[in-house]
Design a protein around this ligand. Structure first.
Ligand code: COA
Length: 173
């Protein structure tokens, strides 16, 4: 008879939600909210993606994300990660990496990332959560582009992020 291996349950189910978050959007918040119904704690980890030139500094991004969770500090931690994501997850006691899926176009890249992460560290699983329908077509880049040209992005990012975008692009005019 096949007996499946059942991993020991650690005291808290912790997940890491990584990304560039430049800036955090309602789509990211939707994923965090969904993640909180499955995990006891989520570590939102701002990671460097060398292919991207961020608009906001790491400190600004940390601050913007923290401001989204004034009452949930115990369940949502904001941190930065350098080096391998799976190493970070493992050392922080997280056995899951959360990634949001918006459309089929996300799938190829996410699949590659998840398989490479699994190859490096088998004990960390990637969990995909489907983004809320309203946020399927947004990304941080498209929001920045609209804001840069004076477009109204309210409702797509939290109010304090909207204000930061407005300030940043006013400076450049
Ligand atoms: N709602 C809205 N937008 C979303 C979204 C959602 N639910 N989910 C993703 N996006 C957008 C993001 O805004 C981002 O938009 P942008 O490209 O315009 O900035 C894009 O989709 C995907 O970016 P993000 O989720 O931030 O991931 P990323 O591709 O920038 O980062 C890392 C990928 C950080 C997870 C990856 O580079 C990593 O793990 N780095 C650490 C180093 C490492 O371990 N490397 C080896 C990996 S195998």
């Amino acid at each position: 008879m096949y007996t499946p291996f059942v991993p020991e349950k650690t005291s808290d189910a912790v997940a890491v939600y990584p990304g560039t978050f430049d800036p955090i959007t309602m789509g990211h918040l939707d994923i965090i909210k969904r993640g909180l119904s499955l995990f006891d704690r989520i570590i939102v980890a701002i990671a460097e993606n060398i292919a991207k030139k961020p608009l906001f500094s790491i400190e600004e991004r940390v601050e913007m994300i923290r401001a989204c969770f004034p009452d949930d500090e115990k369940r949502v931690e904001v941190d930065t990660v350098s080096g391998l994501l799976v190493d970070y997850a493992y050392t922080r006691g997280a056995r899951a990496i959360i990634r949001g899926l918006r459309a089929v176009s996300d799938f190829d890249y996410e699949f590659q990332l998840a398989l490479m992460n699994r190859r490096i560290e088998r004990e960390v699983e990637t969990v995909f959560l489907m983004t809320g329908f309203r946020w399927i077509y947004i990304s941080s880049s498209i929001i920045k582009d609209a804001a840069r040209h004076g477009g109204d992005v309210s409702g797509l990012v939290p109010d304090h992020v909207c204000e930061k975008l407005r300030e940043r692009f006013m400076q450049g005019r």
